[in-house]
Design a binder for this molecule. Structure first.
Ligand code: AMP
Length: 307
């Protein structure tokens, strides 16, 4: 079932304790598109880049079956740029630079062929842009999943609140959930956020897994303990790609199936962090994905006979 992804396609400069990679392919839309491409088709992406963006990067998405007809190339424009540096524990990072460039004036135009999407993934982006996308769709998608971050909470609060009212599932990390709700307890934070619009909330906790809230239920998916984590950039977006990719593939948006989607999200995130940038995500096989799903099952399955 058709998936529409809206998100940044970007240049990233990333520094981790293991090294530095400059001006590599990044962006929330990129990671979501690549991660979901192993699970569902068709995938259409709407984004914007500058004239400085090399064709080979767009080709990477095309090679994964992502329809890039909705990526606008702004003549003379510069592509969105983000730079970040990870701390030694790799769980936290500092944003060193965010240059919106062509994103600042981005007015998304959805190609006619993308209009009837059933699944909409609004990647971390200007809340205004996220809403402009939804406003153009003639029919409400079956499921709208939104990601956002502290940057937009700090600078575009009102617009973000409007967008949340149109969202089915919000995916954010624990720090963002605390900021959005003003509550430290994630359980209290979830209750508050679920009054803001979304029916379901996914809270990502990095190497400590992810929580799914909704319908007065909670589900927890662990993160896989990995020997090597090189670069956590894009883990959240790969998670989102795996999550919505599974839901789009199965066409089932029940809480039960969202639990499985949480595992697919965790699996895609676990691959993403194993190498710099998109390097690991672009060369996965179905066998690798299935065997990692199996590891997740083994990791968290237990039975306790109650007397
Ligand atoms: P994640 O590690 O999942 O939070 O995603 C990192 C990706 O998000 C990077 O590839 C960045 O290009 C992109 N990114 C960083 N800041 C922003 C922002 N303010 N808006 C949209 N995308 C961003």
């Amino acid at each position: 079932m058709s998936l529409l992804v809206v998100g940044t396609v970007a240049f990233d400069t990333v520094e981790t304790p293991f090294g530095k990679a400059e001006h590599i392919l990044g962006g929330a839309g990129t990671y979501i598109g690549l991660a979901s491409s192993y699970l569902t088709r068709p995938i259409n992406i709407v984004s914007v880049v500058g004239e400085d963006f090399p064709d080979k990067h767009i080709q990477r998405l095309k090679d994964h079956g992502v329809n890039t007809a909705g990526i606008e190339v702004v003549k003379g424009g510069k592509t969105f740029f983000w730079a970040g540096k990870y701390h030694t524990d790799l769980n936290s990072r500092d944003t060193l630079d965010t240059q919106l460039n062509v994103l600042a004036d981005f007015n998304p135009v959805i190609p006619a062929e993308f209009m009837n999407c059933e699944y909409l993934m609004l990647g971390n982006l200007l809340p205004d842009v996220q809403r402009k996308v939804m406003a153009q769709l003639p029919n409400r998608p079956k499921l709208v999943v939104m990601d956002t971050m502290n940057f937009w909470m700090d600078n575009f609060w009102d617009s973000l609140m409007e967008g949340l009212k149109l969202t089915d599932v919000l995916t954010i990390n624990d720090e963002e959930a605390r900021q959005l709700s003003g509550e430290y307890s994630l359980s209290k934070a979830a209750k508050k956020i679920l009054t803001m619009g979304p029916k379901y909330l996914v809270i990502k906790k990095g190497e400590h897994g992810a929580l799914l809230f909704g319908e007065d239920k909670v589900f927890f998916a662990p993160a896989l303990p990995l020997d090597e984590v090189f670069d956590p950039t894009g883990a959240g977006d790969s998670f989102a790609g795996g999550f919505i990719g599974h839901l789009a593939r199965t066409g089932d948006i029940s809480f039960e199936n969202m639990k499985t989607a949480l595992i697919y999200g965790s699996v895609m995130a676990s691959f993403c962090v194993e190498q710099f940038g998109t390097e690991r995500l672009v060369k996965l096989s179905v066998e690798e994905i299935n065997s990692r799903i199996k590891r997740f099952v083994e990791l968290s399955q237990f039975e306790i006979p109650l007397s």
